[in-house]
Design a protein around this ligand. Sequence first.
Ligand SMILES: C[S@@+](CC[C@H](N)C(=O)[O-])C[C@H]1O[C@@H](n2cnc3c(N)ncnc32)[C@H](O)[C@@H]1O
Ligand code: SF4
Length: 427
Amino acid sequence: MSRQTPSDATASTAFWRSLTGMPSTPPAGDPVPPDGALPPGALEELGSVPLSFYLHVPFCAVRCGYCDFNTYSPDQVDTDAVAVWARAAHAEIDLARRVLGPRAPRPATVFVGGGTPTLVPSHLLTGLLDHLRDVFGLDPDAEVTTEANPETITPALLHGLLDAGFTRLSLGMQSSVPHVLRVLDRVHTPGRALEAARQARAAGFGDVSLDLIYGTPGESMADWAESLDAALSVAPDHLSAYALIIEDGTALAGRIRRGQVPAPDDDDLADKYLATEAALTGAGFEWYEVSNWSRGPHHRSRHNLAYWRGHNWWGIGPGAHSHVGGVRWWNVRHPRRYGALLSDGRSPGEGREVLDAGERRVERVLLELRISDGLPVGVLTASERERIAGLAGDDLLHTVDGPDGPRLVLTLRGRLLADAVVRRLLD
Ligand SMILES: C[S@@+](CC[C@H](N)C(=O)[O-])C[C@H]1O[C@@H](n2cnc3c(N)ncnc32)[C@H](O)[C@@H]1O
Ligand code: SF4
């Protein structure tokens, strides 16, 4: 396996986003019943598996040219769209309570993402978090994150979020280099994200994370090193570094197709991944998932880990995805349709798939092999276990002792080739 394989850091980002985000084409699936009821068996594990909530805010001031998330600018929605969305999201929290029933545990993590959560009036975010707390309770030490675009941050907003119970802020910095930000169509200046991170710290956020993107057309290795240095200069607790994915139908994909800017190069992406690992490790960070690093285990995103560990999560909002007990479903994407279904008392679910035991096992291998805690060897079949020695010999993974016996963990080389490792491992 050479570095010519499409960078698996990219593949990992894509897979992660297909799990949690809103891919432009939802999978075909079975219909969701109007009352949202889950098939028999899906609720059996409810009491023994942690539960998380994701809340999708589908609004942005403008769309960045690389992004295909389910988000709408003001000219694309009705003037009352934000109010309709907030009302419907309250109703979906009530629906979740009816579907999950009394055995649902108190949520361990909540993640408000987008879109641009901090574009909607903060009392709406606060109101939704309060409603979730009223309806489900929240773990006393729940991790409650909101994403935020740097240009929306003010000290007043930050204090409001802290008072409402948010514990973690995830800022979309992407780059600190002006020409890179321009290609990405980002509206903030390089310094704005850093200032927002400092303001968050000063306001009292104990968990501040920055998102970075590498591999933007025209970005040199020196540019990427500069972005990493800038991010580290504000001492964040957590960093996500995503390889740029060129999504079909985006403005950036069009510019690449027309030859106006070059497509990302796999070797360049791999080199930047290695530079990221070196810079972040040097600054005291540890990787805990292929695209995520934290300052020690207690700054890992527990919400992200819930996805990677296959826990249960309910995604509230247009286009949001959910997973409970091997059943995955996704909501209708348009905010107006989402609002209309919920105001009729119906589930906004557009489709779902029910995974059988074999599919769930494969998915577990795919997901848990990407985290530094590793995959328990006991999950593998006898023939899969026979392949471990070959993969270890190729410096792609190693075995560590875990609480439940040996576990497989990717090496640095394995992280660059994670999908290929999974393909070689599985029957
Ligand atoms: C959907 S965005 C929401 C955060 C916020 N709206 C922002 O842009 O700052 C979450 C993160 O996904 C990443 N992202 C979005 N589109 C991407 C793409 N095409 N390739 C790689 N990463 C992407 C960015 O790092 C972004 O911060
Ligand atoms: S601000 Fe964030 S969610 Fe909105 S278009 Fe840009 S990257 Fe996508």
